[in-house]
Ligand binder design. Structure first.
Ligand code: HEM
Ligand SMILES: *[C@@H]1O[C@H](CO)[C@@H](O)[C@H](O)[C@H]1NC(C)=O
Ligand SMILES: *[C@@H]1O[C@H](CO)[C@@H](O)[C@H](O)[C@H]1NC(C)=O
Length: 325
């Protein structure tokens, strides 16, 4: 009896080991025996950073999108370029990406407690979740076990991430390429309720809507006084001035969708959400009090952070997030 029980326990352990080796996968208990405090360290660091700079929540949220969308969630987004490699961070589509130094600040706090154990990819995923919660947004489960890539190419980011000039159909295609529906694309675009944007992304909406590149080539859908005030902040050719994403840029609320519905989208792609088939009714439904936006957002984020993660034995645990080991 005892030996049969022992035998079956051993068998179960063996099968679990086999499953780990053959079918490595993300898991909420991944660091339980190696760094059980990993998530709490990240949470504390994110909260500390954001209490001094709440607008940076947007920086953390954009970062996970830009990591996962480019060949999966593998920490490739924070790697610095070197003399012989132009890294993702220097892609056009990654213009003014934020929170990269802060990710390394968090990483070093984690390294102090658990050296060479927790990947940058997992830290980026956790930070986006805690930042969203800090901004009063929904929470979701972050399964762990991503490994860090040794590859990061600017060109991969520029070919896989969406540019802010795409029409509705281009947005749908970009998200479909990653297995996301048009509705999920709209739900996730609601991220633009926090953080800020530079005039770089707004310019085409004001001065190059039809490709004529002139002062009056403005998106005709835009609310006129909104367009005028954007033009004050973003004169033609200006790339670096900063505009808040909505009137409450530190709070995850329906302000962004309300703006889009009022023809006050900053980028062409913000405005396009209501120009495609059923986009308008989807955005309207998501802004209703008690709508399912927050829960749909959380589900879509889980799907995003589990997009082809790099798993053991591939990749590495980087020592710092801005350079491969
Ligand atoms: C639908 C296609 C999308 C396009 C074309 C787009 C484009 C952009 C652009 C141009 C900016 C401004 C960057 C800057 O100038 O600083 C921005 C910011 C941002 N994006 Fe997106 N985005 C898209 C979808 C998403 C998604 C799916 C997420 C996350 C789930 C996201 C999260 C953010 C956040 C939070 C910011 C604010 C960044 C900050 O505060 O530093 N975006 N996006
Ligand atoms: C304006 O749009 C056209 C066509 O989309 C593009 O080729 C051109 O580079 C854009 N000009 C600027 C200044 O962005
Ligand atoms: C638009 O601006 C261009 C110069 O940038 C000017 O030649 C053209 O007449 C203007 N068109 C309208 C309709 O105002």
């Amino acid at each position: 009896m005892a030996s049969a029980k022992l035998g079956s326990t051993a068998l179960v352990s063996f099968l679990l080991l086999l499953a780990t080796i053959c079918d490595a996968q993300l898991s909420t208990s991944y660091y339980d025996s190696t760094c059980s405090q990993a998530a709490q360290i990240v949470e504390k660091q994110v909260n500390n950073i954001l209490s001094g700079n709440p607008n940076l929540a947007g920086g953390f949220l954009r970062l996970i999108f830009h990591d996962c969308w480019v060949s999966g969630c593998d920490g490739s987004v924070t790697i610095k370029s070197t003399s012989d490699n132009s890294a993702e961070v220097d892609a056009n589509v990654n213009f003014q990406l934020r929170a990269i130094d802060e990710i390394d600040q968090i990483k070093s706090a984690v390294e102090t407690e658990c050296p060479d154990t927790v990947s940058c990819a997992d830290i980026i995923a956790l930070a986006a979740q805690y930042a969203t919660v800090f901004a009063n947004g929904p929470s979701w489960t972050v399964a762990l076990g991503r490994r860090d890539s040794r590859v990061s190419r600017a060109n991969d980011a520029d070919t896989q991430l969406p540019f802010p000039v795409l029409p509705f159909s281009g947005l749908v295609d970009n998200f479909a390429n990653k297995g996301f529906s048009a509705r999920e694309m709209i739900v996730l675009s609601g991220s633009h309720t926090i953080g800020h944007t530079h005039c770089n992304g707004i310019g085409p909406n004001l001065y190059n809507y039809t490709g004529q590149d002139s002062l009056n080539d403005t998106n005709p859908h835009l609310d006129t006084s909104f367009a005028d005030s954007l033009k004050d902040t973003c004169p033609k050719g200006n790339r670096l001035n900063i505009v808040d994403m909505d009137s409450s840029p530190n709070t995850f609320d329906s302000g962004y969708f309300d703006g889009v519905l009022a023809n006050k989208g900053h980028m062409i792609t913000d405005d396009e959400l209501i120009r495609g088939p059923s986009g308008d009714s989807i955005v309207q439904s998501l802004t209703q009090p008690g709508s399912s936006w927050n829960s749909e957002f959380a589900s879509a984020m889980v799907k995003m952070i589990e997009l082809s993660p790099l798993l053991s034995p591939d990749g590495e645990i980087r020592k710092t997030c801005q350079a491969i080991n």
